[in-house]
Design a protein around this ligand. Structure first.
Ligand code: SF4
Ligand code: SF4
Length: 429
């Protein structure tokens, strides 16, 4: 018998494990639409990505040595790719102006984290045609931040190299999440040289734990190299950590390892899928799901992280977000400003669109790249329900920064700190 983060609306016949979190009418609306999604119109000649020049950068000794240049480079890059589109989105507030896009190049994965429904090894990866057209279309609508997503994007490292290279050349801040297993030093060099701006290393435990294969010690050489050459290439690194019932000591240890290596952390509360997922096989007897008896321990862990945040540990989550996680795991979410579908979107492997990651499997027709169909009324209506069951870190941070006062405070802070590492939290959202 399991109860966990979110609200259970439908249960499997043999267990109380919820199969989705939103209410039944919204689930039906999002999953059972009769019309189905649009498909991307093919071009007469499929688009291709240019072959990356490698190595393309000759770095000076000064650049390798200078922490100041490294931080300035990151700060200026984050400012240009976030602030300029942000200001434009406020000026053209009636228009669809995404600040942040998620490009799902892959829906396959080489691991099987027991809480994860975000992969299906039967789904074909994104084609070069869709990737190229996505980047060009995002550019045309004013977006300058791409987070490559999966599954595991590095199942095709050469393809990712091409995307990072082309995206960076077009002026994007390109962010790559990975479970790190395939991020060999050679791949780090390709992506660093191509200009990747941030790398999100997803790890849940230091040593092996049931149902949690994202193990730091299995990828330690890759991680050590990534950190070693960070200043050379100027990217940011973040640990992405999911708080589960069986990894709470690891969360503390990973936090310290991140701090010792000068990188930031991003925390999530483990949760069940927002929508029902036919392919997900771990609904029952899932050892990673939080149960009510775990809540005091999670509260204690979150207090610990809030204290570390106060002490200056670099984190993507704000103190307020960490605090809200306590209520979230109990099924209570206070209203927050979700910008999904207005200022952010996801592009699926086939070029179709959705407002956010939890809605990946919705069959609603939100259009395709080059022809979006996001409508304010539909999104607002939908969010009345789903926002009560969601505390997506990325969307929450985006909503937090989609606020004039917060942004003004951020600008002042950057000015005072000389555009230093404080850009991390915005840039990695
Ligand atoms: S590595 Fe990522 S995509 Fe793969 S199973 Fe784990 S959480 Fe899912
Ligand atoms: S609250 Fe926002 S991010 Fe969460 S499911 Fe709804 S639209 Fe998506």
């Amino acid at each position: 018998m399991l109860e966990q983060a979110g609200v259970d609306n439908k249960t499997t016949p043999s267990s109380s494990t919820p199969t989705f979190r939103i209410d039944v009418p919204l689930q039906s609306l999002l999953q059972k639409t009769s019309t189905g999604r649009s498909t991307l119109a093919p071009l007469a000649e499929p688009a291709t990505l240019p072959d990356p020049v490698y190595p393309q950068i000759r770095r000076t000794k000064e650049l390798k040595r200078s922490g100041f240049i490294y931080h300035t480079n990151n700060g200026v890059r984050a400012f240009r790719r976030w602030m300029v589109p942000y200001i434009q989105s406020r000026i053209y507030s009636d228009e669809f102006r995404p600040l942040l896009s998620y490009l799902f190049t892959e829906w396959k994965c080489n691991l099987d984290c027991h809480y994860c429904w975000s992969y299906n090894n039967n789904v074909k990866g994104m084609s070069e045609d869709v990737a190229r057209r996505s980047i060009d279309w995002l550019h045309s609508v004013g977006c300058r931040v791409i987070a490559i997503m999966g599954g595991e994007p590095l199942l095709r490292p050469k393809f990712i190299h091409k995307i990072v290279y082309y995206g960076t050349k077009r002026g994007f801040f390109v962010y790559l999440p990975t479970n790190g297993r395939l991020m060999k030093p050679e791949v780090t060099d390709w992506l660093g040289d191509a200009g990747v701006a941030a790398i999100n290393f997803a790890v849940d435990c230091v040593d092996e734990k049931p149902g949690l294969p994202k193990i730091l010690n299995r990828i330690r050489p890759n991680f050590d190299y990534l950190v070693k050459v960070q200043r050379k290439y100027g990217y940011m690194v973040v640990f992405n950590i999911n708080i589960c019932r069986n990894n709470m000591d690891d969360v503390r240890e990973l936090t310290e390892i991140a701090h010792d290596n000068g990188i930031s952390t991003d925390y999530h509360i483990n949760e069940t899928p927002m929508l029902e997922q036919d392919h997900f096989k771990h609904y029952q007897d899932n050892v990673t799901y939080l149960r009510p008896e775990d809540w005091p321990k999670v509260d204690e862990l979150l207090d610990h992280l809030i204290e570390k945040n106060r002490q200056g540990y670099i984190m993507v989550n704000s103190k307020a977000h960490l605090e809200r996680m306590k209520l979230f795991m109990r099924g209570v979410v206070e209203p927050w400003n979700c910008r999904a579908g207005h200022n952010s979107l996801i592009i699926r492997t086939d070029g179709t669109l959705a407002p956010c990651f939890p809605m990946y499997s919705a069959t609603v027709d939100w259009g395709t790249i080059e022809n979006h169909k996001f409508e304010l009324n539909q999104l607002n209506e939908m969010k009345k329900e789903c926002v009560k069951h969601c505390l997506s870190t990325c969307q929450y941070v985006l909503g937090h920064y989609y606020n004039n006062q917060t942004v003004l405070r951020w600008i002042v802070k950057q000015a005072l700190h000389g555009m230093s590492g404080n850009t991390t939290a915005v840039a990695q959202a």
